[in-house]
Design a binder for this molecule. Structure first.
Ligand SMILES: Cc1cc2nc3c(=O)[nH]c(=O)nc-3n(C[C@H](O)[C@H](O)[C@H](O)COP(=O)(O)OP(=O)(O)OC[C@H]3O[C@@H](n4cnc5c(N)ncnc54)[C@H](O)[C@@H]3O)c2cc1C
Length: 332
Protein backbone atom coordinates (compact mmCIF):
# COMPACT_ATOMS: atom_id res chain seq x y z
CA UNK A 1 0.00 0.00 0.00
CA UNK A 2 1.32 3.46 -0.85
CA UNK A 3 0.03 7.02 -0.96
CA UNK A 4 0.66 10.09 -3.07
CA UNK A 5 0.11 13.38 -1.26
CA UNK A 6 -0.39 16.53 -3.30
CA UNK A 7 0.77 19.52 -1.21
CA UNK A 8 3.39 19.79 1.54
CA UNK A 9 1.52 22.20 3.83
CA UNK A 10 0.62 21.13 7.38
CA UNK A 11 -2.20 18.84 6.19
CA UNK A 12 0.02 16.94 3.73
CA UNK A 13 3.04 16.56 5.99
CA UNK A 14 0.99 15.55 9.09
CA UNK A 15 -0.77 12.93 7.00
CA UNK A 16 2.57 11.74 5.65
CA UNK A 17 4.04 11.33 9.15
CA UNK A 18 1.02 9.34 10.33
CA UNK A 19 1.08 7.11 7.22
CA UNK A 20 4.81 6.47 7.52
CA UNK A 21 4.38 5.50 11.18
CA UNK A 22 1.80 2.95 10.00
CA UNK A 23 4.33 1.52 7.54
CA UNK A 24 2.72 3.00 4.42
CA UNK A 25 5.05 4.35 1.70
CA UNK A 26 4.55 8.04 0.98
CA UNK A 27 5.41 10.34 -1.89
CA UNK A 28 4.72 14.06 -1.52
CA UNK A 29 4.74 16.55 -4.35
CA UNK A 30 4.42 20.32 -4.14
CA UNK A 31 4.38 22.90 -6.90
CA UNK A 32 6.57 25.19 -4.81
CA UNK A 33 10.13 24.95 -3.56
CA UNK A 34 10.62 24.94 0.21
CA UNK A 35 10.90 26.81 2.49
CA UNK A 36 7.98 28.78 1.07
CA UNK A 37 5.87 31.44 2.76
CA UNK A 38 2.18 30.94 3.56
CA UNK A 39 -0.41 32.90 5.54
CA UNK A 40 -1.79 31.69 8.88
CA UNK A 41 0.51 32.44 11.75
CA UNK A 42 -1.60 32.42 14.91
CA UNK A 43 -2.21 28.90 16.12
CA UNK A 44 -4.74 27.57 18.57
CA UNK A 45 -3.18 25.86 21.67
CA UNK A 46 -4.99 22.62 20.78
CA UNK A 47 -2.13 22.07 18.35
CA UNK A 48 0.39 21.23 21.10
CA UNK A 49 -0.60 17.57 21.78
CA UNK A 50 -0.76 16.99 18.02
CA UNK A 51 2.77 18.28 17.51
CA UNK A 52 3.92 15.98 20.32
CA UNK A 53 2.15 13.03 18.70
CA UNK A 54 3.77 13.89 15.35
CA UNK A 55 7.18 13.81 17.03
CA UNK A 56 8.18 17.42 16.29
CA UNK A 57 7.82 18.90 19.77
CA UNK A 58 11.57 19.12 20.45
CA UNK A 59 12.11 21.04 17.21
CA UNK A 60 9.21 23.36 18.08
CA UNK A 61 10.75 24.08 21.49
CA UNK A 62 14.16 24.75 19.95
CA UNK A 63 12.66 27.60 17.92
CA UNK A 64 11.24 29.38 21.03
CA UNK A 65 8.25 30.61 19.02
CA UNK A 66 6.09 33.37 20.54
CA UNK A 67 3.18 32.16 22.67
CA UNK A 68 -0.01 33.88 23.82
CA UNK A 69 -2.63 32.96 26.40
CA UNK A 70 -5.60 34.53 24.61
CA UNK A 71 -6.82 36.95 21.97
CA UNK A 72 -7.83 40.57 22.52
CA UNK A 73 -11.09 41.61 20.87
CA UNK A 74 -11.78 45.30 20.35
CA UNK A 75 -15.42 46.06 19.62
CA UNK A 76 -17.08 49.47 19.75
CA UNK A 77 -15.28 51.24 22.60
CA UNK A 78 -14.09 48.28 24.63
CA UNK A 79 -11.21 45.80 24.49
CA UNK A 80 -11.46 42.37 26.09
CA UNK A 81 -8.88 39.60 26.47
CA UNK A 82 -10.47 36.18 25.84
CA UNK A 83 -8.21 33.62 27.47
CA UNK A 84 -8.00 30.16 25.90
CA UNK A 85 -8.25 28.80 29.45
CA UNK A 86 -9.52 30.55 32.61
CA UNK A 87 -6.17 30.00 34.37
CA UNK A 88 -4.35 31.56 31.39
CA UNK A 89 -1.92 28.66 31.11
CA UNK A 90 -3.14 27.18 27.82
CA UNK A 91 -1.06 28.97 25.19
CA UNK A 92 -1.34 29.36 21.43
CA UNK A 93 1.58 29.98 19.07
CA UNK A 94 2.65 32.77 16.74
CA UNK A 95 5.25 31.90 14.11
CA UNK A 96 6.26 32.35 10.48
CA UNK A 97 4.62 29.55 8.50
CA UNK A 98 7.69 28.95 6.36
CA UNK A 99 9.63 27.83 9.45
CA UNK A 100 6.78 25.72 10.81
CA UNK A 101 5.92 24.03 7.50
CA UNK A 102 9.57 23.23 6.80
CA UNK A 103 9.90 21.64 10.23
CA UNK A 104 6.98 19.26 9.57
CA UNK A 105 8.28 18.49 6.10
CA UNK A 106 11.74 17.65 7.48
CA UNK A 107 10.12 15.18 9.87
CA UNK A 108 8.22 13.45 7.06
CA UNK A 109 11.39 13.21 4.97
CA UNK A 110 13.37 11.85 7.93
CA UNK A 111 10.74 9.13 8.34
CA UNK A 112 11.15 8.17 4.68
CA UNK A 113 8.80 10.29 2.57
CA UNK A 114 9.98 10.89 -0.99
CA UNK A 115 9.55 14.60 -1.73
CA UNK A 116 9.25 16.20 -5.18
CA UNK A 117 9.29 20.03 -4.84
CA UNK A 118 8.56 22.25 -7.84
CA UNK A 119 6.19 19.57 -9.19
CA UNK A 120 2.71 20.72 -10.18
CA UNK A 121 -0.29 18.42 -10.63
CA UNK A 122 -1.64 18.92 -14.14
CA UNK A 123 -4.18 16.12 -14.63
CA UNK A 124 -5.42 12.73 -13.42
CA UNK A 125 -6.18 9.53 -15.32
CA UNK A 126 -9.14 7.57 -13.99
CA UNK A 127 -10.08 3.89 -14.00
CA UNK A 128 -13.06 2.08 -12.46
CA UNK A 129 -11.53 2.21 -8.94
CA UNK A 130 -10.92 5.94 -9.07
CA UNK A 131 -7.65 7.75 -9.79
CA UNK A 132 -5.10 5.57 -11.61
CA UNK A 133 -2.33 8.06 -12.37
CA UNK A 134 -1.46 11.63 -11.45
CA UNK A 135 0.19 13.59 -14.24
CA UNK A 136 2.48 16.44 -13.26
CA UNK A 137 4.58 18.89 -15.21
CA UNK A 138 7.62 16.63 -14.81
CA UNK A 139 6.54 12.97 -14.36
CA UNK A 140 3.62 10.62 -13.67
CA UNK A 141 2.77 9.05 -10.29
CA UNK A 142 0.81 5.90 -9.39
CA UNK A 143 -0.34 5.00 -5.88
CA UNK A 144 -3.02 3.02 -4.02
CA UNK A 145 -4.34 6.25 -2.44
CA UNK A 146 -4.28 9.88 -3.57
CA UNK A 147 -4.50 12.56 -0.92
CA UNK A 148 -5.30 16.13 -1.87
CA UNK A 149 -3.55 18.49 0.54
CA UNK A 150 -3.27 21.31 -2.00
CA UNK A 151 -5.08 23.82 0.23
CA UNK A 152 -7.63 26.24 -1.22
CA UNK A 153 -6.32 25.34 -4.67
CA UNK A 154 -8.12 21.97 -4.27
CA UNK A 155 -6.65 20.36 -7.37
CA UNK A 156 -8.33 16.94 -7.24
CA UNK A 157 -11.91 18.30 -6.90
CA UNK A 158 -11.29 20.32 -10.06
CA UNK A 159 -10.15 17.21 -11.96
CA UNK A 160 -12.83 14.91 -10.48
CA UNK A 161 -15.68 17.43 -10.82
CA UNK A 162 -16.33 17.34 -7.08
CA UNK A 163 -18.52 20.30 -6.23
CA UNK A 164 -18.32 22.51 -3.15
CA UNK A 165 -21.28 23.79 -1.21
CA UNK A 166 -20.82 27.46 -0.27
CA UNK A 167 -22.13 28.77 3.04
CA UNK A 168 -21.20 32.45 2.73
CA UNK A 169 -21.07 35.16 0.09
CA UNK A 170 -17.64 35.43 -1.56
CA UNK A 171 -15.20 36.39 1.21
CA UNK A 172 -11.70 37.68 0.58
CA UNK A 173 -9.11 38.30 3.26
CA UNK A 174 -6.28 40.75 2.59
CA UNK A 175 -3.01 40.30 4.42
CA UNK A 176 0.49 41.68 4.73
CA UNK A 177 3.45 42.20 7.02
CA UNK A 178 5.31 45.11 8.60
CA UNK A 179 8.67 45.28 10.31
CA UNK A 180 9.06 46.57 13.85
CA UNK A 181 12.09 47.38 15.97
CA UNK A 182 9.95 47.34 19.09
CA UNK A 183 9.83 43.71 20.21
CA UNK A 184 7.18 44.55 22.81
CA UNK A 185 4.58 45.74 20.28
CA UNK A 186 1.49 43.59 19.68
CA UNK A 187 2.53 40.80 22.07
CA UNK A 188 -1.02 39.43 22.05
CA UNK A 189 -2.99 38.82 18.84
CA UNK A 190 -5.74 41.42 18.51
CA UNK A 191 -8.99 41.45 16.52
CA UNK A 192 -10.34 44.93 15.93
CA UNK A 193 -13.94 45.16 14.73
CA UNK A 194 -15.38 48.22 12.99
CA UNK A 195 -18.44 48.91 10.89
CA UNK A 196 -16.81 47.35 7.79
CA UNK A 197 -15.48 44.12 9.27
CA UNK A 198 -12.43 43.02 11.21
CA UNK A 199 -8.68 43.53 11.33
CA UNK A 200 -6.39 40.93 12.91
CA UNK A 201 -2.96 42.09 14.06
CA UNK A 202 -0.36 39.76 15.53
CA UNK A 203 3.40 39.78 16.01
CA UNK A 204 4.81 36.59 14.53
CA UNK A 205 8.51 36.95 15.28
CA UNK A 206 10.79 39.44 17.00
CA UNK A 207 10.70 41.85 14.05
CA UNK A 208 7.59 40.95 12.08
CA UNK A 209 3.93 41.86 12.55
CA UNK A 210 1.20 40.29 10.44
CA UNK A 211 -2.15 41.92 9.59
CA UNK A 212 -5.31 40.42 8.06
CA UNK A 213 -8.33 42.46 6.97
CA UNK A 214 -11.73 41.09 6.01
CA UNK A 215 -14.82 43.02 4.93
CA UNK A 216 -17.75 40.58 5.04
CA UNK A 217 -19.99 42.77 2.88
CA UNK A 218 -17.61 44.44 0.46
CA UNK A 219 -14.18 43.07 -0.33
CA UNK A 220 -12.67 46.10 -2.08
CA UNK A 221 -9.53 47.44 -0.45
CA UNK A 222 -7.23 50.24 -1.64
CA UNK A 223 -3.87 49.22 -3.13
CA UNK A 224 -1.07 49.47 -0.54
CA UNK A 225 -3.66 49.79 2.24
CA UNK A 226 -2.15 49.54 5.70
CA UNK A 227 -3.99 49.40 9.04
CA UNK A 228 -3.96 52.71 10.88
CA UNK A 229 -2.26 51.16 13.92
CA UNK A 230 0.68 50.04 11.71
CA UNK A 231 1.10 53.17 9.58
CA UNK A 232 4.37 54.23 11.21
CA UNK A 233 5.96 50.82 10.47
CA UNK A 234 7.71 49.65 7.32
CA UNK A 235 5.72 47.25 5.11
CA UNK A 236 7.68 44.22 3.96
CA UNK A 237 6.82 41.74 1.18
CA UNK A 238 3.87 42.15 -1.14
CA UNK A 239 0.38 42.40 0.42
CA UNK A 240 -1.89 39.69 -0.89
CA UNK A 241 -5.50 38.47 -0.82
CA UNK A 242 -7.07 35.03 -0.55
CA UNK A 243 -10.52 33.67 -1.22
CA UNK A 244 -11.80 32.31 2.10
CA UNK A 245 -15.46 31.78 1.21
CA UNK A 246 -16.94 29.25 3.64
CA UNK A 247 -17.28 25.96 1.77
CA UNK A 248 -17.06 22.18 2.05
CA UNK A 249 -16.60 19.54 -0.66
CA UNK A 250 -19.62 17.32 -1.28
CA UNK A 251 -17.48 14.18 -0.80
CA UNK A 252 -14.33 14.67 1.25
CA UNK A 253 -13.29 11.12 0.46
CA UNK A 254 -14.41 8.41 -1.94
CA UNK A 255 -12.90 5.53 -3.93
CA UNK A 256 -9.13 6.00 -3.58
CA UNK A 257 -8.94 9.72 -2.76
CA UNK A 258 -9.09 11.79 0.44
CA UNK A 259 -9.32 15.59 0.71
CA UNK A 260 -7.60 16.98 3.79
CA UNK A 261 -7.01 20.47 5.22
CA UNK A 262 -8.32 23.43 3.24
CA UNK A 263 -8.94 21.19 0.21
CA UNK A 264 -11.75 19.56 2.23
CA UNK A 265 -13.28 22.66 3.80
CA UNK A 266 -12.49 26.32 4.36
CA UNK A 267 -13.69 28.91 6.81
CA UNK A 268 -12.21 32.40 7.01
CA UNK A 269 -9.22 33.08 9.32
CA UNK A 270 -11.49 34.44 12.06
CA UNK A 271 -11.98 30.78 13.04
CA UNK A 272 -8.21 30.77 13.79
CA UNK A 273 -8.19 27.01 13.46
CA UNK A 274 -7.15 26.49 9.82
CA UNK A 275 -3.77 24.96 10.63
CA UNK A 276 -5.22 22.91 13.50
CA UNK A 277 -7.83 21.50 11.11
CA UNK A 278 -5.18 20.83 8.47
CA UNK A 279 -3.11 18.82 10.95
CA UNK A 280 -6.05 16.99 12.52
CA UNK A 281 -7.61 16.00 9.21
CA UNK A 282 -4.21 14.92 7.86
CA UNK A 283 -3.59 12.78 10.92
CA UNK A 284 -7.09 11.30 10.79
CA UNK A 285 -6.67 10.34 7.13
CA UNK A 286 -3.29 8.75 7.95
CA UNK A 287 -4.78 6.93 10.93
CA UNK A 288 -7.72 5.55 8.88
CA UNK A 289 -5.46 4.28 6.11
CA UNK A 290 -3.24 2.73 8.79
CA UNK A 291 -6.32 0.87 10.09
CA UNK A 292 -7.08 -0.26 6.56
CA UNK A 293 -3.60 -1.73 6.22
CA UNK A 294 -3.52 -3.31 9.67
CA UNK A 295 -7.07 -4.60 10.08
CA UNK A 296 -8.11 -4.81 6.42
CA UNK A 297 -11.06 -2.59 7.43
CA UNK A 298 -13.87 -1.96 4.99
CA UNK A 299 -12.91 1.10 2.93
CA UNK A 300 -16.53 2.22 2.53
CA UNK A 301 -16.87 2.34 6.35
CA UNK A 302 -13.72 4.46 6.54
CA UNK A 303 -15.10 6.86 3.94
CA UNK A 304 -18.39 7.09 5.76
CA UNK A 305 -16.60 7.77 9.07
CA UNK A 306 -14.31 10.42 7.55
CA UNK A 307 -17.14 12.19 5.70
CA UNK A 308 -19.33 12.32 8.83
CA UNK A 309 -16.45 13.49 11.03
CA UNK A 310 -15.47 16.32 8.67
CA UNK A 311 -19.07 17.40 8.02
CA UNK A 312 -19.94 17.49 11.76
CA UNK A 313 -16.84 19.54 12.46
CA UNK A 314 -17.56 21.97 9.63
CA UNK A 315 -21.20 22.49 10.66
CA UNK A 316 -20.28 23.13 14.31
CA UNK A 317 -17.60 25.68 13.36
CA UNK A 318 -19.97 27.22 10.82
CA UNK A 319 -22.63 27.81 13.48
CA UNK A 320 -20.00 29.39 15.74
CA UNK A 321 -18.72 31.68 12.98
CA UNK A 322 -22.25 32.83 12.09
CA UNK A 323 -22.94 33.68 15.70
CA UNK A 324 -19.67 35.64 16.11
CA UNK A 325 -20.43 37.70 12.99
CA UNK A 326 -24.07 38.20 14.05
CA UNK A 327 -22.97 39.49 17.49
CA UNK A 328 -20.89 42.09 15.68
CA UNK A 329 -23.77 43.09 13.40
CA UNK A 330 -22.97 41.07 10.23
CA UNK A 331 -25.57 38.55 9.03
CA UNK A 332 -23.78 35.89 6.95
C1 LIG B 1 -4.74 35.50 5.16
C2 LIG B 1 -4.92 34.20 5.91
C3 LIG B 1 -4.68 34.17 7.27
C4 LIG B 1 -4.82 32.98 7.97
N1 LIG B 1 -4.59 32.97 9.31
C5 LIG B 1 -4.66 31.81 10.01
C6 LIG B 1 -4.30 31.77 11.37
O1 LIG B 1 -3.93 32.78 11.96
N2 LIG B 1 -4.35 30.58 12.02
C7 LIG B 1 -4.72 29.42 11.37
O2 LIG B 1 -4.74 28.35 12.00
N3 LIG B 1 -5.07 29.44 10.06
C8 LIG B 1 -5.03 30.60 9.36
N4 LIG B 1 -5.34 30.61 8.02
C9 LIG B 1 -5.74 29.36 7.38
C10 LIG B 1 -4.50 28.50 7.07
O3 LIG B 1 -3.58 29.25 6.29
C11 LIG B 1 -4.91 27.26 6.28
O4 LIG B 1 -6.06 26.69 6.88
C12 LIG B 1 -3.81 26.21 6.23
O5 LIG B 1 -2.65 26.72 5.62
C13 LIG B 1 -4.28 24.99 5.45
O6 LIG B 1 -3.24 24.08 5.36
P1 LIG B 1 -3.20 23.03 4.15
O7 LIG B 1 -2.04 22.14 4.43
O8 LIG B 1 -4.55 22.46 3.94
O9 LIG B 1 -2.90 23.92 2.84
P2 LIG B 1 -1.69 24.90 2.50
O10 LIG B 1 -0.98 25.33 3.70
O11 LIG B 1 -2.32 25.96 1.64
O12 LIG B 1 -0.70 24.01 1.62
C14 LIG B 1 -1.08 23.58 0.32
C15 LIG B 1 0.18 23.20 -0.47
O13 LIG B 1 -0.25 22.63 -1.72
C16 LIG B 1 0.60 23.09 -2.77
N5 LIG B 1 -0.14 23.02 -4.05
C17 LIG B 1 -1.21 23.77 -4.41
N6 LIG B 1 -1.59 23.44 -5.66
C18 LIG B 1 -0.76 22.47 -6.10
C19 LIG B 1 -0.64 21.72 -7.33
N7 LIG B 1 -1.45 21.93 -8.38
N8 LIG B 1 0.33 20.80 -7.42
C20 LIG B 1 1.19 20.59 -6.38
N9 LIG B 1 1.14 21.28 -5.20
C21 LIG B 1 0.16 22.20 -5.06
C22 LIG B 1 0.93 24.53 -2.35
O14 LIG B 1 2.14 24.96 -2.95
C23 LIG B 1 1.05 24.41 -0.82
O15 LIG B 1 2.38 24.20 -0.38
C24 LIG B 1 -5.23 31.80 7.29
C25 LIG B 1 -5.50 31.85 5.92
C26 LIG B 1 -5.33 33.02 5.23
C27 LIG B 1 -5.61 33.05 3.74
Amino acid sequence: MNALIIGAGPAGTSCAIQLLKAGIEVTILDKQHFPRSAPGETLHPGIEPLLKELGVWEEIEEHSFLRHSGIITEFQDSAKLDLYHSEGDWEGFQFPRETFDQLLLNKAITLGAKFYPGTKLIDVVLDSAGIATVITDSRNFNASFFIDASGRNAVLPKKLNIRYQNFSPPLFVHYGYVETEDSSSFPTPRIIWDTNGWLWVSRISEKLVNWNRLYPLNHKIAKNWLPECLQNLKPTGTPNAANVTWRIAENVSHNNYFLIGDAAFTLDPLSSKGVLKAIMSGMMCGYLLGQLKLLKSDISELHSYYNNWMNDWFLKDLAKMKSIYAEKGFQI
